[in-house]
Design a binder for this molecule. Structure first.
Ligand SMILES: Nc1ncnc2c1ncn2[C@@H]1O[C@H](COP(=O)(O)OP(=O)(O)OP(=O)(O)O)[C@@H](O)[C@H]1O
Length: 309
């Protein structure tokens, strides 16, 4: 049987005038990289804070690494790592001083501390920057330091809240390679993001909107099960074509990408390609294409939901 690391049912958190997380069910297995994908304000950070025990749920049950929250939150804290959206280390301390500080919090001292810090400096390519102040590091270096600090105590479970919001694509790729190394070594990772390419790298994702789970599954599976056909249209007058198609109930979304218009047509529409071609006048080329994760996201969020039955 799979080893379940996070199990939540009906997890809900209300603030005065908003339900940030609404009846969320969650099951994360050991070693998985599990993603929360959603726009700003959909409840990603609140969910992570609930799962770390930093925030108390209004309703629902949650167990993380076998600890029942919020009752056993203190014991859980030693076993998890948490990297927040903001760089939360000390800007005036050097790289090595920051790592020492965090190590001490987790009770790692003396020779063990020195050994662990040397290992982290090497693993995260910070050996040459050890004495540099955190404030003088580049974006990518800061992010590597933040990740090194989050794993000082070898946590079994790592929470990453929009970890790559401030870095360039190359550093993002590098960061994800590190996450796969950690996952390979048995660390479970829960990561929130609003980047499609990042979500696509996860073993499994939840798509969140306004506190609700809209879809769940492996990215590839979600793309295969998309209840729409996706088409790329090329030709003249695409802006007008777009306006016209958006009047149609069967058209879920249209978006211009460079020279082409990407159109999602509900699968319940009979012979969608033929139907689409009939709607168009003039020389417009219509090609069926593979769905992307962005298509999945669009199909599952916003006001024009498509029926899955
Ligand atoms: N302490 C709080 N008091 C009141 N409302 C809050 C609080 N924390 C979050 N919210 C609200 O709950 C909703 C979800 O916020 P949350 O930060 O979890 O979303 P998010 O998906 O992480 O977005 P972002 O990427 O912008 O952080 C938002 O409407 C937010 O304004």
């Amino acid at each position: 049987m799979a080893d379940v690391v996070i199990q939540a049912s009906g997890l809900t958190r209300k603030f005065t005038d908003v339900t940030a997380v609404n009846a969320l069910d969650l099951r994360v297995e050991r070693g998985q990289i599990y993603g929360f994908l959603g726009p700003n304000g959909c409840g990603k950070s609140t969910t992570i804070r609930l799962l770390t025990g930093l925030l108390t749920p209004t309703e629902g049950e949650v167990e993380v690494l076998g600890y029942v929250l919020p009752k056993q939150a203190e014991a859980l804290r030693q076993k998890v790592g948490y990297m927040t959206q903001q760089f939360s280390l000390y800007q005036d301390l050097s790289v090595v001083e920051n790592l020492r500080f965090v190590a001490r919090i987790y009770g790692i001292t003396g020779a063990e501390q020195q050994q662990r810090i040397e290992q982290l400096l090497q693993q995260y390519h910070l050996e040459n920057k050890a004495e540099r102040r955190a404030s003088a590091l580049s974006g990518g270096q800061r992010q590597r330091l933040a990740l090194a600090a989050a794993v000082v105590h070898n946590p079994q479970l790592l929470f990453l809240d929009e970890p790559t919001a401030a870095v360039d694509p190359e550093n993002r790729r590098d960061f994800w390679e590190r996450l796969f190394d950690l996952s390979d070594a048995g660390t479970t990772i829960l990561v929130s993001t609003h980047y499609m390419d990042e979500a696509e790298r996860c073993h499994r994702i939840d798509i969140l909107e306004q506190g609700h789970k809209r879809a769940e599954g492996a990215p590839e599976q979600l793309m295969q099960e998309l209840p729409c056909e996706v088409f790329e249209l090329r030709g003249d007058g695409l802006r007008n074509v777009r306006k016209q198609l958006m009047q149609e109930q069967a058209v879920l979304s249209t978006a211009q990408i460079g020279q082409s218009l990407r159109v999602l047509v509900n699968k319940q529409q009979q012979q969608p390609q033929q139907w689409l071609e009939q709607q168009l006048s003039g020389e417009i080329d219509v090609q069926a294409v593979r769905p992307s994760l962005e298509d999945v996201f669009v199909a599952n969020t916003g006001t024009r939901h498509v029926s899955r039955d």
